[in-house]
Write a protein that binds this ligand. Structure first.
Ligand code: ATP
Ligand code: MG
Length: 606
């Protein structure tokens, strides 16, 4: 067998690098992450990221860090070349973001690289050019202290991977998310981000984490953050957690860092969320930026190619410490009620006393407690429902539907005249020719408004209602860009929202007669609309459908709103002119019909 050709052989370095690149740099945002990490490790205080076509055409990171001399600059692109560790023990004490000496080798194997680098005090810079293969082309040129690395045509020599890149807008958003994480983790560093020759943001050095957060997310957060500090032998915790007002319906503004490195850790994120307890009983995600410092010897950051997932030696302990630290911070700011009072906060149920129910089975037949059989829960009553209603007056039919807790029932119609009843401030009951109909007031109104919104998109004659005081809303870059995607649709609904400087919008008017008029004060509703849109987008809804659903959901009367008979009448009238009155845009039934026959059957009449 000695002279047989071996089937096993060592792969050439170039191929090894390309394979490694598949793990380290799966997309442009990963390249940005690696380059910015290097700049931070080099002690930079000013970092500029320049991107074109979502990173496909160009990713350039310019820093004012330590720079490299000529020999280092050439070595930097070799696999396993690093200045950050030298021996195995060093892995236990890593304080830098990088340590494997893999990033530049991987990136250079799948792109065209141009680097200029110069150490402080040097008179000339080293220029390096590479096109996927070693050795690089090296020359001497002018420069300023620091390093500029330009990555062009990412994946030019791995067409398979290039094909899998998402649309430029998607890659851009990922890059933006990466830069946001760095900007939060390093407030003392000035960050500038340029995309397609436009400055997306230019963030000066911030005096504190809170200052930086406000720069990134808007001043709505200034008063809404609680600082958190906790020191124990296992972990040191610092950062800020948001009060109720920061809760949003979509995930995205939750930041967790381990030794200054952004991490995704389900369990630790859960620890923070769990600390909010009852406050998040109905879901939602508060803002937080929490930093954990753990002895590098007690954590393994090398379990994932992008170091985004980590392994702790003391994970349970850290979970508990983190949860308690957040909880304490929240209760010190009176966000979370202290446990002992919690029990009293829940009002006692105040049911009318039920008649004594016999305890043995053989006694009187017990009341049926099973839910009604499905067959009569949702029947499609059709437009011939035949409500026993007096003919609606024209004014009634078009009356704006609004919840009216303050308005006394001054209507000429008593409840009995209209034969409409509201129960539990949630359902509307009315007899029909064939039996009884029960309407879910919120869902019904949602249906009506949804169809109205779709119509308004076509008609282009919105009815804006000017706000007495226009509202300024500062947004994160991501929210700002999301909003611009569907702003024209909001305008057709009657909103007037204008650009007011970078990342700031001014709401001047809202759809006339809508709930927005009363609820707009802090602009939070705009964030809710954006979150809804983001969710709808994930479900791949069309823009118009997405905006119409969100509008309908936010402006509809709520379950819990007391409605006057006049309002209920108007709601029913409008419902039955709707194209599809039986289901809400999300597919929930709008009404249930119970045929008289069914009632007769249940009462043993037939
Ligand atoms: N912007 C920079 N300024 C100064 N030196 C740099 C810069 N970028 C890279 N280097 C040098 O090049 C070396 C190789 O960088 P590379 O990112 O490939 O590896 P690393 O950062 O050491 O480890 P990792 O692969 O974990 O990122 C670094 O160790 C550092 O010495
Ligand atoms: Mg690195």
């Amino acid at each position: 067998m000695n002279n047989a050709i071996s089937k096993i052989h060592i792969l050439p370095d170039e191929l090894i690098n390309k394979i490694a690149a598949g793990e380290v740099v799966e997309r442009p945002a990963a390249v940005v992450k690696e380059l910015v990490e290097n700049s931070i490790d080099a002690g930079a205080t000013e970092i500029t990221v320049i991107v074109k076509e979502g990173g496909r055409a160009l990713i350039q990171v310019v820093d004012n860090g330590s720079g490299m001399n000529r020999a280092e600059a050439i070595l930097a692109f070799q696999r396993h070349a690093t200045s950050k560790i030298a021996a195995a023990e060093d892995l236990e004490t890593i304080r830098t973001l990088g340590f494997r000496g893999e990033a530049l080798a991987s990136i250079a194997s799948v792109s065209r690289v141009e680097m200029r680098t110069m150490e402080a005090g040097a008179t000339e810079a080293t220029w390096i050019k590479m096109e996927g293969t070693m050795p690089p082309e090296v020359s001497i040129g002018s420069g300023t202290p620091g390093t500029s690395l330009a990555i062009k045509n990412l994946f030019f020599n791995t067409p398979g991977r290039r094909k899998f890149l998402k649309a430029a807008a998607t890659e851009y958003r990922q890059i933006l998310a990466v830069i946001y994480r760095f900007a939060i983790a390093f407030p003392q560093v000035q960050f500038t981000f340029v995309h397609e020759d436009e400055i997306i943001f230019d963030m000066p050095v911030a005096a504190s984490l809170t200052e930086r957060v406000v720069m990134l997310f808007g001043s709505r957060l200034r008063e809404a953050l609680i600082e958190i500090h906790d020191k124990s032998p296992a972990v040191e915790i610092s950062g800020v957690v948001g009060k109720q007002s920061t809760i949003r319906q979509a995930r995205g503004e939750q930041y967790l860092f381990l030794n200054q490195r952004f991490i995704m850790d389900k369990s630790l994120n859960h620890a923070v969320i769990a600390a909010y307890g009852e406050i998040l009983a109905h879901g939602g995600f508060p803002f937080y930026a929490v930093f954990l410092q753990v002895d590098p010897a007690r954590v393994d950051v090398n379990v994932h190619p992008t170091k985004m997932e980590v392994k702790f030696a003391d994970d349970r302990l850290i979970y508990a410490i983190l949860r308690n630290a957040v909880k304490r911070a929240l209760s010190s700011a009176a966000v979370v009620p202290i446990e002992t009072t919690l029990g009293h906060a829940i009002p006692e149920m105040n049911w009318p006393l039920a008649p004594e129910i016999p305890s043995t089975e053989n006694d009187a037949p017990s009341l049926p407690s099973t839910p009604a059989p499905a067959d009569f829960r949702v029947q499609h009553p059709g437009r011939q429902l035949g409500f026993n209603l007096t003919a609606p007056q024209p004014a009634l039919a078009s009356a704006a539907i609004s919840s009216t807790t303050q308005v006394a029932e001054t209507s000429d119609f008593g409840q009995n005249d209209l034969k409409i009843w509201q129960i539990h401030n949630r359902y509307i009951l009315s007899p029909t020719k064939a039996g009884l109909v029960i309407i879910d007031q919120h869902v019904a109104h949602e249906r009506i408004l949804y169809e109205q919104a779709l119509e308004m998109f076509e008609k282009l004659n919105p009815a804006p209602q000017q706000l007495l005081f226009p509202i300024l809303v500062e947004l994160s870059v991501e929210d700002f860009e999301m909003l611009t995607e569907f702003l024209p649709f909001l305008e057709r609904l009657g909103f007037i929202i204008k650009y007011f400087g970078k990342q700031t919008m001014m709401i001047e008017a809202v759809p006339s007669g809508s709930r927005y008029a009363n609820n707009m004060q802090d602009g939070k509703i705009l964030l809710e609309i954006i979150d809804d849109f983001r969710r709808g987008k994930r479900e791949k809804l069309e823009i118009r459908d997405n905006v119409a659903r969100s509008y309908a959901c936010h402006t509809a009367v709520r379950s819990g709103d007391r409605l006057t008979p006049v309002t209920m009448q108007a709601l029913i009238n409008q419902l039955f002119t709707a194209k599809s009155p039986y289901f809400c845009p999300h597919g929930r039934p709008v009404m249930i019909q119970i045929p008289l026959e069914e009632l007769d059957k249940r009462f043993g009449r037939i």
